[in-house]
Design a protein around this ligand. Structure first.
Ligand SMILES: NC(=O)C1=CN([C@@H]2O[C@H](COP(=O)(O)OP(=O)(O)OC[C@H]3O[C@@H](n4cnc5c(N)ncnc54)[C@H](OP(=O)(O)O)[C@@H]3O)[C@@H](O)[C@H]2O)C=CC1
Ligand SMILES: O=C1O[C@H](COP(=O)(O)O)[C@@H](O)[C@H](O)[C@H]1O
Length: 518
């Protein structure tokens, strides 16, 4: 273990981690691999235990074997070092438990005491709820009634999304959870906030004299946020058909990204100060109150059959567990307006969809052209400057500027200066879940969403959902493998803009100065 890791492990006071939903998909694909990576990097120390909890029977050995397989399939590190794996695995035990049965929680409490003694844990408890939302309330009550909150030490709960279906259901959920846990002990996950480049937005904005003074409506023409996915609904049709893109991605990841771009500088880089600034952005969002507003500013679509990379793809209504008449949107785009002094007049265009041509998360900040440019006038080869933040799958930023075309007297040449972070350090950056579990274990809630943020986001989204329900805004079909409904292009066209190509594609005339070797 390195000296730095040792110091970090000390800050992470050891705890018992209770993994509710331990036989589920999220645990297998994200949580076990995250715990292994943290352990391998020395960030968990050795004073911890993990109890896997679900109804299905499993022996400790079977549970550890599930974890081993999950690491083999999904972890950025492999468990090839047998000695390391054995040391890691001995921290894991499994207990079959039905969340609705308080007796099981009393047994769990007794087991916890043994684990404290065995691993030298001082009564700290981290409850991770990888469960369907309707179980969040019952599990909280039974944790309390089963005595699990009586140990000395801290008690934190990490809650998966979705946090409700709309504001009233989220409020009800929150009322239940806060009967048991204090707000400062509730860690609501939005895994986009754990992504390396999302956390980098603060640094790019506030640590660069080049950007900080320009970050306002005097210099920025518009901001574009794209979260595109190539996958369809896969095996989550049952959940997704009730949710749709607006609730699944819009209420949380997209609005959170927007707040990171739009917030005022916090007075300190402390969690509460940052969250205070983020919630002010959400409060400043122009609310789309009427059907006309929604029609004018929001687009919804659903994929029909299509083709990608030579493969025929089914339409959404043909997917497993999806209603063949479904009116659920798999795509949405919106013009979002932030009504404050900094952003008045600057549209934020956001779009997300399933079965789009590429998987990417990208933020494009388009700067205004220099007004009344006496030297260059209104030349069509003067492209606006762009700052592009690439969140995933590649991580990095690039800045597009204009320069003289080499060898020409008059021609102007766009040049993209790129820092590809993932090329520099390899694709082995920590996964979002690693960071977030680590932060929760250290008591740092900066990159988790506070209740006021969640409720404000629902307030904005609910109005759009209500208008759609009453029939406002056509549900436009788009072929799988395309960039979504035509109307999403018109949305920007109405303001004199267009979506910039993602991943720097289709820009043959640009000179790239990059560490990718492009
Ligand atoms: N999977 C993903 O990629 C993502 C998931 N999420 C969220 O994470 C949560 C979990 O998702 P996911 O893992 O996919 O869901 P799964 O359906 O795969 O797993 C659900 C888990 O809950 C357990 N469970 C269900 N009922 C009970 C009960 N009464 N008592 C005890 N355990 C119970 C199941 O175990 P058993 O049947 O053995 O009891 C299983 O382990 C959800 O809120 C989801 O929205 C969020 C983002 C991404
Ligand atoms: O929360 C969710 O996010 C995933 C996309 O996450 P990413 O990290 O792979 O970009 C999305 O597929 C899923 O529908 C949604 O629930």
């Amino acid at each position: 273990m390195t000296e730095q890791a040792r110091t970090e492990a000390a800050a992470t006071a050891g705890a018992v981690y209770y993994l509710f939903g331990a036989t589920g998909d999220l645990a297998r694909r994200k949580l076990f691999p995250a715990l292994f990576s943290l352990y391998k990097e020395g960030k968990l120390g050795d004073d911890f235990a993990v109890v896997g909890l679900a109804r299905r029977p499993r022996t400790d050995e079977q549970f550890r074997s599930d974890i081993y397989e999950s690491i083999g399939e999904f972890c950025r590190y492999k468990a090839t070092d047998t000695e390391l794996w054995n040391r890691f695995a001995e921290h894991f035990v499994y207990m079959s438990l039905d969340i609705n049965n308080v007796e099981g929680f009393r047994d769990l409490n007794r087991l916890s005491g043994h684990l404290d003694d065995k691993f030298g844990i001082a009564g700290n408890r981290l409850f991770y709820l990888a469960l369907a939302p309707e179980l969040f309330g019952p599990v909280s009550f039974n944790l309390r009634d089963g005595g699990l909150l009586e140990s000395k030490g801290w008690h934190r709960v990490v809650i998966e999304k979705p946090f409700g279906y709309d504001l009233p259901s989220a409020q009800e959920l929150n009322d239940q959870i806060t009967q048991v846990f204090r707000e400062e002990d509730i860690y609501r996950i939005d895994h986009y906030l754990g992504k390396e480049m999302v956390q980098n937005i603060e640094v790019i904005r506030f640590a660069n004299a080049l950007f900080e003074p320009l970050w306002n409506n005097k210099h920025i023409a518009n901001v574009q946020i794209t979260l595109s996915e190539t996958v369809g609904v896969e095996d989550r049709g049952g959940y997704y058909d009730k949710s749709g893109a607006l609730r699944d991605m819009g209420q949380n990841h997209m609005l959170q990204l927007l707040t990171m771009i739009a917030m005022e500088p916090p007075s300190r880089l402390h969690g509460e100060d940052i969250r205070d600034e983020k919630v002010k952005v959400l409060r400043s969002l122009r609310q789309y109150e009427t059907d006309e507003d929604v029609r004018a500013h929001v687009v919804r679509g659903q994929y029909g059959s299509g083709e990608a990379r030579g493969k025929a793809l089914p339409g959404y209504r043909e997917e497993d567990k999806v209603d063949p008449q479904s009116a659920t949107e798999t795509y949405f785009a919106a013009r979002v307006l932030v009504d404050n002094l900094r952003w008045a007049g600057v549209p934020f265009y956001i779009r997300t969809g399933k079965r789009l041509p590429v998987k990417t998360t990208e933020v494009v900040v388009e700067f205004k052209n220099i007004p009344n440019n006496v030297l260059f006038g209104q030349r069509h080869d003067l492209a606006p400057n762009l700052l592009v933040i690439r969140v995933n799958p590649m991580e990095g930023i690039y800045l597009k500027i204009n320069a003289k075309q080499p060898g020409s007297d008059t021609a102007v040449q766009p040049v993209a200066m790129e820092f590809c972070q993932s090329c520099q350090i390899g694709l082995n950056t920590p996964e979002a879940y690693e960071r977030l579990i680590y932060d929760a274990s250290r008591g740092d809630a900066t990159y988790f969403t506070r209740w006021d943020e969640v409720s404000e986001a629902w307030r904005f989204v609910d109005k759009i959902a209500a208008a759609w329900k009453s029939g406002a805004g056509d549900l436009q079909q788009y072929p799988a493998g395309s960039w979504g409904p035509e109307r999403s292009h018109e949305l920007l066209g109405e303001d004199g803009f267009h979506w910039w190509p993602v991943n720097g594609q289709d820009e043959d005339n640009v000179i790239w100065i990059t560490n990718t070797g492009k």
